[in-house]
Design a protein around this ligand. Structure first.
Ligand code: CMX
Length: 438
């Protein structure tokens, strides 16, 4: 170990223990409108953002412009005879706070089709990456490569008046949404399918065309994609991907820069990457046991995971305190189309076994499954086995919500984001002063 690294470890590790103890002893001391603990705990519970597109209730789950997930599945326009909502309609709802008609959705589809051509240099950029580059890294780089097309960046360079920012932002947002499925599908096919690409099918809706370009043309898979791209679209403003888009966008970085940054956050295992981690965790459990695990074996494996100092992926949430309605929507889909699927049944058994064990630790605030606990099993059912790719699907969906929000950031002229931070020394002194004055 080099001297610098050694010295860092000597300083940081004891300080981490000291700060944990400090928080235990002083966490509930008020600090302005908040407490000492709030400062340390990733700003959870601190209201510090305006986000119009969706609102999360700890017990009820997400509402998009006031609509719950079951309501969206019922009320958003569908293809004729379809059963799942069209995600383009959700974008319309999030942007305008108005439920679209089917014609409104057709209008978006027609507009996005005209914008959908991905510049050739984007594919060249992706082709230059080693094939073992994680698909989320490729996705982020692909988005960055498209930034050459930013209408906002050009307009800013040319001296646009700030009251007009929303207009080139709209152009970038819609161009991005129109192009992301093809970029994502290109990454999938180059990484896993011998670089054999599938041309878009312009008569299909956004989600079905994406499924088609990935190489999955089953009608049921189209339905799954429509559902998947709807339920992953937004989760109010404070989650890492939404907050990052807002934060980076607040510096007037254009939508490509802001969204690519957001995808780097989604690629973290405590956020969107959890969907691949769930499948990896289940496969490792199954491999270790040698067959589909019983409920007792699942319980043992959860205990082992916790003892090893790891998280049980797909469980827990920073805000939610009940089973995620996005998990339940996927469970309902699975009950309809694949009730006997082995992996799906393992997911359901984990749902029975995990919550009491996680609750029993006494520290995990939400022992219930989140959206990522179920999504992988549905994709695997249709043969989409390459689970390192799953977070890219999440990313394509998340674009709908965070980019609709970015439109509002620019339209409302929300200012650059700059929360105040303090040092531990500052905090200690402030706590001492409070105690002295008590
Ligand atoms: N397994 C094991 N331990 C967990 C846990 C889980 N599923 N969920 C929380 N904990 C632990 C935390 O690591 C923390 O431990 P320490 O005190 O030792 O640091 C403690 O319980 C308290 O955490 P919390 O307040 O309940 O949860 P946080 O708000 O800090 O974190 C989340 C929320 C989602 C990061 C966490 O629950 C987690 O790591 N879950 C597993 C990963 C996952 O599924 N992420 C996807 C979330 C949905 C999404 O964004 O896509």
């Amino acid at each position: 170990m080099g001297q610098l690294k050694k010295k860092f470890a000597e300083k940081a590790l004891p300080l981490s223990v000291e700060i944990k103890q400090f928080m235990k002893e002083n966490g509930n001391i008020p600090m302005g409108d908040f407490t000492v603990e709030d400062i340390f705990a990733g700003q959870k519970g601190i209201i510090g953002l305006l986000t119009e597109t969706s609102l999360l209730d700890a017990n009820e789950g997400i509402r998009f412009r006031g609509y719950t997930i079951p309501e969206l599945r019922q009320k958003l326009p569908k293809v004729p005879g379809g059963t799942e909502p069209l995600p383009e309609g959700l974008f319309y709802l999030m942007l305008l706070n108005e439920m679209p008609t089917y014609d409104d959705v057709l209008d978006i589809q027609a507009d996005w089709r005209t914008r959908s051509e991905v510049p050739a240099h984007v594919f060249k950029t992706l082709d230059s990456l080693p094939l073992n580059t994680h698909p989320m890294t490729q996705f982020s780089i692909g988005i960055m490569a498209m930034q050459t097309e930013s209408v906002f960046a050009k307009a800013y360079h040319d001296g646009i008046n700030k009251k007009d920012y929303w207009d080139p932002t709209y152009e970038d947002v819609c161009n991005l949404l129109a192009r992301l499925p093809q970029v994502a599908a290109y990454i999938y096919r180059r990484t896993y399918k011998n670089n054999e690409h599938i041309a878009p099918s312009p008569e299909l809706d956004w989600a079905a065309n994406f499924a088609h370009m990935l190489g999955y043309d089953q009608v049921e898979f189209y339905k799954l994609m429509r559902l998947y791209l709807t339920i992953h679209a937004d989760h109010e403003g404070g989650n890492v991907s939404a907050h990052t888009t807002h934060l980076v966008g607040s510096a007037l970085s254009d939508p490509y820069l802001a969204f690519s940054a957001s995808m780097n956050g989604l690629a973290g295992p405590l956020h969107g990457l959890a969907n691949q981690e769930v499948v990896r965790w289940i496969f490792e459990m199954r491999d270790e046991i040698g067959h589909a695990p019983s409920k007792e074996q699942i319980a043992d494996y959860i205990h082992k995971t916790l003892l090893d100092g790891k998280v049980v992926p797909g469980y827990g949430h920073a805000i939610l305190r009940k089973t995620d309605p996005r998990f339940l929507a996927q469970q309902e889909f699975a009950r309809t189309y694949m009730p006997d699927d082995e992996l799906v049944n393992i997911v359901w058994n984990i749902y029975e076994v995990a919550p009491p064990i996680l609750e029993g630790t006494g520290k995990i605030k939400n022992p219930w499954p989140n959206v990522d606990a179920h999504s992988g099993a549905l994709l695997l059912h249709y043969g989409l086995n390459e689970y390192d790719f799953f977070t890219v699907l999440f990313g394509v969906s998340r674009a709908l919500g965070v980019l609709a929000s970015l439109m509002w950031d620019r339209a409302l002229s929300l200012p650059i984001e700059r929360p105040k931070s303090v040092t531990y020394e500052w905090l200690k002194k402030a706590v001492e002063a409070k105690k002295a004055n008590a």
